[in-house]
Design a protein around this ligand. Sequence first.
Ligand code: AMP
Ligand code: ZN
Length: 470
Amino acid sequence: MLTDTKTRKLEEIRPESGRRLRMYACGPTVYRFQHVGNYRTFLLGDLIVRVGEVLHSWQVQLVQNITDVGHLADDTGIELAGEDKMLLAAREEGRDPFDIARFYEAQFHEDCAALNIRPADVYPRASESIDLMVDLIEKLIAKGHAYVGSDESVYFDARSFPSYGALSGNRLEDLRAGHRHDADDLSVGKRFHADWALWKHAGEQRQMVWDTPWGRGFPGWHLECSAMSLHHLGETFDVHTGGIDLRFPHHEDERAQSNAAVGHEVVQRWVHGEHLLAEGRKMAKSTGNVVLVRDVVDRGFDPLALRLFFLTGRYRQQMNLTWDALAAADRRLKRWRSRVAEWAETTSTAMCADYVQRLRDAFDDDLDTPTALVALGELEKDPEIPPGSKFETFAWVDRILGLDLARDVGRPRDVIAELPTGAAELLQQRAGARDAKDWTGSDSLRDELAALGVDVTDGPDGQTWSVRGR
Ligand code: AMP
Ligand code: ZN
């Protein structure tokens, strides 16, 4: 169950075509680094994919676009006076706009990998999908939904699409004339204030332009997602994701374009994630409060601590990023990894059905990840559950959480090599004794270890040790 922006209700997600869930996730604009707020939204897509695969055995087909052709919208939604950010970045950096785009695109893939956001099946680039867009515009003109304006740009005729506003609630009659509702709408050649450009006529000076039946120009941003999703996923698909700022105008306009072209509802469910804030304001380059994945790593945190931090909030709620919260997530991540490594040393036991059910229910209830984490915290400490069962349950749920919780399993061997002979076994036995709350046993094992020159300390994350003289 996920909340559908259009019906404004919790809805069952059911793939139209058997077990194959078709999904489109609005992707990055690649003229700058994506910030961790952007990755919060991409993580939402990743969680839907993983829950579908792990809990429902769906095969998910994910398409995510790469916006490498400039779009004029500022990331606050406030217009930049006609500047195309891709070209602006190119000018500032003195580089070819396509070089810049490829550089940031590569960074995006690297960051996704660091956050265990699994790759999409295909990443179509806007610059390589111009033919698809031109075909779509031709279709919309032929069907009477688009026209060539007096400035030689092509516009979508908003009044030709009666259900405009269904996603955002912004009905045409409420959109004030003179108020530029579309951030990239700076043109003069349209017939009605709420129409938007599908193709923009370009002046001589501009780079990144293409020849079309309507002259030289470049595509409107909303058009790219319609053209790519219809091409790669077909005329109906199951889920479309993005950040809440894309609900309007980007997705409202995309819905109008796609539905008008094929004559029916294309996207079954729209799922939008709330914003990540920093210092209480939406994280955005223009606000100056951007944090990058590399900043998180430079501060000594595991990038997956960021992922765990995101999981502590629900996707439809805003979250405020603080370094303290990240530090807490980092500590919890490390503690869970070392617990999982300890449990891995014990005999494997079947997963605990009650906890598995609680976890399933939480994920299926509109991705209630905080509740899932609470259940895991209880399982971690539950004295009734054998460690082998805890291991299996954590390893299973990590297929959804994506926190690499089993990363340290087997790793202590590196450390073990530095331990005096026999100490590793004693440490293992002691961890088992502590799990079984056998305090006398664990105390005498501590003494045995001390006699070998290994000092053991107990902390909230389990036992740690140091070898005297090293
Ligand atoms: P962009 O590269 O600006 O097109 O943004 C990529 C994705 O990140 C879009 O789905 C945006 O809605 C989303 N996004 C932008 N800012 C934030 C933020 N502060 N928190 C969460 N998601 C965001
Ligand atoms: Zn999009």
